[in-house]
Design a protein around this ligand. Structure first.
Ligand SMILES: Cc1cc2nc3c(=O)[nH]c(=O)nc-3n(C[C@H](O)[C@H](O)[C@H](O)COP(=O)(O)O)c2cc1C
Ligand SMILES: [Mn+2]
Length: 487
């Protein structure tokens, strides 16, 4: 079935019992957040809130759109798999390889005259973002966040690059939002250019639409790539875009809600804190850029999707970290490195990348790790574990075994001071370094040193390694006749 908007995706989620309609009245003030937190903790279906206190019927919200799944027979990443039209049982490896395969042929968007996102148009004084059932998600949050599963669209002033990224947006008042735009991210780089010219940065925020849209917005795609072309590639069809009313940008025609406006140069207002992707109510509030809203357009009976960051597993891992692994792999291959696989394990919150590689020369682990850090998708990765191809990076049991048997506790661990980190949020940094993201990295080298004589390298005691091939085959062939019931 084709997925042309968020509603088609919801139908599919419901078909696979990955979405739950909630008709009971719920409060936007913490209750929707608490319910969604339980949804992540239990691997329960995404929560479609149909009756939000104080809001008219039809104004709905969808929590945990790409939350982890514990549905029997489904994989942890079932909703990510369904986003790509795969079976809900698809493994992390299948999802990553499908992503990379489809991305080989980028599909640019098409412009259309109008679309559902223009069904209602509010301009100027009519703008009021609080019209939508925006949740106050976590206890301790600095405000209600309208942008937690969305796309911030900006144009590079020096080129044709249009960047789509997901950067949290807090409501200050009916027509002002607070933004977290780190300089290491594409939006920070673009905003810096507008600020240098002392010009406001035109912005459009699209909420809802084909589920590949938020997916490409929150994954680490290299610079100068228009994420909308990746969305088209994943969709297998161009994404239809319509012109905005008040800014020179285009947005997905299928969006549920569109916010148009500009981010002012040099103006700051206190934003945060917010329960964050690392699993903590992290960072104090601090002055950050503001987005002044000029117009809002929305579909009839709009659905506001939202994510609820906090302890893993949530969209920060089922989308951002999962695809980050695939993107790092693609970047390392471009460098001609003999890598076999990359995985960012969910409980590593995107801070850890496990890379499996051949070992053709001395110190390859260090070369691979520094290459990871030099790429955009490798940004904000602090722990790099290098394993050999006999270890499956998506299998944490095998990775742990490699660390504890092949990584020398002193000589195999390479600390790297002063690597760039995510500003404001990094829990392990002291307060001063935390504010500016003055972080560090470490390499765990789980490869056998090249200079050891071959006969001193321990042989892994596996079924495949220690028994003659013909005996292995006989045992496998006779397995059931020995009386075993299962494979
Ligand atoms: C729910 C959610 C919220 C996010 N919020 C932010 C944010 O506020 N700031 C940020 O820099 N990255 C945030 N990210 C991660 C970015 O979306 C991600 O790094 C993406 O690659 C940024 O786009 P870019 O690569 O075009 O800069 C968030 C991710 C998710 C899943
Ligand atoms: Mn980008």
């Amino acid at each position: 079935m084709k997925i042309d908007d968020l509603r088609d995706y919801l139908d599919i989620l419901e078909e696979y019992e990955e979405a739950q309609r909630i008709g009971t009245e719920v409060d936007w003030n913490l209750e929707m957040g608490a319910i969604t937190r339980r949804v992540y903790d239990l691997g329960a279906p995404a929560a479609l809130f149909e009756n939000v206190k104080g809001y008219p019927k039809g104004f709905r919200a969808l929590g945990a759109p790409l939350g982890p799944s514990k549905h029997p027979g489904h994989g942890l990443f079932a909703r990510t798999a369904l986003t790509l039209g795969l079976r809900p049982s698809a493994s992390a490896k299948e999802i990553m390889s499908t992503y990379l395969q489809r991305k080989e042929k980028l599909i640019p968007p098409i412009s259309v005259a109008t679309g559902p996102c223009k069904e209602n148009i509010l301009i100027g004084d009519d703008v009021d973002v609080l019209k939508f059932p925006i949740p106050l998600i976590h206890g301790g949050d600095g405000g209600r966040y309208i942008g937690t599963w969305h796309t911030v669209i900006t144009k590079d002033p020096d080129s044709a690059w249009v960047n789509w990224g997901m950067y949290r947006l807090m409501v200050h008042d009916r027509n002002t939002l607070g933004c977290l735009f780190p300089m290491q991210q594409h939006i920070g780089q673009i905003y810096q250019k507008y600020e240098a010219m002392n010009r406001p940065m035109p912005v459009a925020v699209a909420i809802g639409g084909q589920p590949v849209i938020p997916l490409v917005s929150c994954v680490m795609i290299p610079p100068y790539v228009n994420e909308v072309d990746v969305a088209g590639a994943l969709q297998g069809a161009p994404i239809p875009l319509v012109k905005c009313e008040t800014v020179d940008l285009e947005v997905p025609a299928s969006a549920e809600i569109v916010i148009e406006g500009e981010v002012l140069p040099h103006e700051r207002r206190v934003e945060g804190p917010f329960g964050e992707y690392m699993g903590y109510e992290a960072g104090k509030s601090s002055p950050k850029p503001i987005l002044k809203i000029k117009a809002i357009t929305y579909r009839n009976d709009p659905i506001l999707p939202f994510s609820n960051m906090g302890m893993p597993v949530h969209e920060g891992q089922t989308a951002t970290a999962l695809i980050k692994g695939a993107e790092i792999f693609a970047e390392l291959k471009k460098l001609g490195l003999p890598v076999k696989g990359v995985f960012c394990p969910p409980f590593g919150v995107g801070h850890m990348a496990v890379v499996s590689t051949e070992v053709p020369f001395v110190n390859i682990a260090r070369r691979v790790a520094h290459a990871v850090w030099a790429t955009k998708p490798g940004l904000f990765t602090y722990y790099i574990v290098i394993v050999e191809p006999d270890v499956d990076p998506t299998n944490m049991d095998e990775v742990l075994h490699a660390i504890t048997t092949k990584c020398h506790p002193v000589n195999g661990i390479y600390p790297v001071p002063h690597n760039p980190g995510f500003p404001v949020l990094l829990p392990f940094l002291p307060p001063k370094e935390r504010l500016i993201g003055d972080a560090a990295g470490v390499i765990f080298d789980c490869t056998w040193p090249k200079d050891w004589p071959p006969d001193t390298i321990p042989v892994k005691a596996t079924f495949e390694n220690l028994w003659p091939k013909d005996l292995q085959e006989r045992v496998l062939r006779n397995w059931q006749s020995y009386g075993f019931r299962r494979e």
